[in-house]
Design a protein around this ligand. Structure first.
Ligand SMILES: Nc1ccn([C@@H]2O[C@H](COP(=O)(O)OP(=O)(O)OP(=O)(O)O)[C@@H](O)[C@H]2O)c(=O)n1
Ligand SMILES: [Mg+2]
Length: 398
């Protein structure tokens, strides 16, 4: 197969491959970019595989970064773009963290390709747009199939993260999983124990917010991958709700919130859960806010002050979660009520602690209590956000 008109992103990169070839090396586009080109998907970055050793790559280009020299990867900056150039290699390149130095370079493309994860990722392309397809990746793209290159058991022993990648690609690409590959995941799911949580998390999130998340999640459960990730073991009954949801999340915040709600985690366990998955503090805090506001929403109609305290971002995130979980809430009413609040943040209150002191209050903790009361009254529309009105109101305390 030959692609006649290459997109600009490849044309821009072509001189880099030309330079390697002129120096006597082989060089190809590989991995996700070739797959996405054939699929007609957006191409986010370009990976290049070459017979040149990292030092040889570095000698050919002016601006380079030692991204992962040990794994054979050098980043080349060229005409304002950056390209990861990796020397043909065997398994070890795929970040086996227990054996970081175990990398074997190989002489030709076919040796490199045969250790790649799935046939759809095992395509290569030269600058003339000719596709090199040793494992019928093109056929599998046609059949919308995720199939391991060669023996799936071997591929998963080289890098167990690939089992998570399989369900991630199912979700992102809406592809099916080939039977033998699926069976090998079930048989080898325990291998996932060896993989760092960060790497598992990144794949889990891509799976969970991909366009076919529900089908992929089902396979994540049936292959028992779910038994090897933090806090999911023994919880498949609770998690089985996910594939049956009316919608699936498109935002990471919603994904984590939904998982926590399905797992019925008590509020004081959310932090521990999010830490176990090595989530950032910002993500953890927001998910805690969303889950607790979801609890409020499930119990009652929130007050204006509830809406004020939760803020716009968390309100919208919680509405998204409620929608996905099929909670009957009137999101338009909630948003309109929020937008109609007299003030939306404490900054907008026309008075502050200093104002109260000038009015005759003694500094101290009592001040905060009064300020909070005024704020609540203003938010609820009982008191106008106006210094004269507020002065009249606080006189009763003086
Ligand atoms: N565990 C892994 C990770 C990567 N690869 C190979 O390295 C390529 C690039 O890896 P990566 O960028 O992680 O994935 P992509 O397939 O490019 O997907 P994405 O679009 O998410 O970048 C893959 O296509 C695949 O050929 C692999 O064989 N095994
Ligand atoms: Mg990629």
């Amino acid at each position: 197969m030959k692609i006649d008109k290459l997109p600009k992103i490849f044309l821009d990169a072509a001189p880099v491959l030309d330079k390697l070839e002129e120096a006597g090396f082989e060089a190809y586009f590989v991995g996700g970019s070739v797959r996405d080109l054939i699929l007609g998907h957006h191409i986010h970055d370009i990976d290049i595989a070459t017979s040149a050793y990292p030092e040889e790559v570095k000698n050919l280009f002016v601006k380079t970064i030692d991204t992962g020299i040990k794994h054979g990867t050098v980043t080349v900056l060229y005409n304002g773009n950056s390209y990861e150039i990796t020397t043909f290699r065997t398994e070890s390149g795929y970040q086996d963290f227990r054996r970081p130095d175990h990398v074997t370079f190989v002489q030709n493309l076919s040796e490199d390709i045969k250790r790649r994860d799935f046939t759809i990722n095992a395509l290569a392309m030269n600058t003339r747009g000719e596709i090199i397809d040793f494992y019928d990746g093109l056929g599998d793209i046609d059949k919308q199939l995720i199939r391991a290159v060669g023996d799936p058991v071997q591929r998963f022993h080289e890098d167990a993260l690939r089992m998570m990648r399989a369900v991630r690609f199912m979700s992102q690409l809406k592809f099916k999983l080939e039977d033998k590959t699926e069976q090998a995941i079930l048989d080898n799911h325990l291998l996932l124990k060896n993989i760092s949580i960060e790497r598992i998390r990144d794949e889990f999130v891509k799976m969970g917010i991909g366009s076919n998340a529900r089908t992929a999640f089902e396979v994540f459960l049936t292959t028992k991958l779910s038994e090897e990730v933090p806090h999911f073991a023994g919880k498949s009954k609770l998690l089985e709700v996910f594939p049956k949801l009316q919608f699936s999340p498109t935002e990471e915040t919603s994904l984590w919130s939904i998982i926590i709600i399905l797992l019925k985690l008590p509020n004081d366990k959310i932090h521990e859960f999010m830490r176990a998955w090595k989530n950032s503090n910002a993500m953890t805090d927001e998910v805690e806010r969303v889950v607790s506001f979801f609890d409020i929403l499930s119990e009652k109609t929130p007050s204006d002050y509830d809406l004020f305290k939760v803020g716009k971002t968390t309100l919208l995130n919680t509405i998204d979660v409620a929608h996905i979980l099929g909670q009957p809430i009137d999101s338009k009413v909630l948003v309109d009520r929020y937008l109609a609040l007299p003030i939306k943040s404490t900054d907008e209150l026309v008075i502050d602690g200093r104002f109260l002191i000038q009015a005759g209050f003694k500094p101290g903790p009592q001040l905060g209590v009064i300020l909070e009361e005024i704020k609540e009254k203003v938010v609820d529309g009982v008191l106008e956000n106006n210094q004269d009105e507020i002065s009249l109101y606080i006189n009763k305390y003086l």
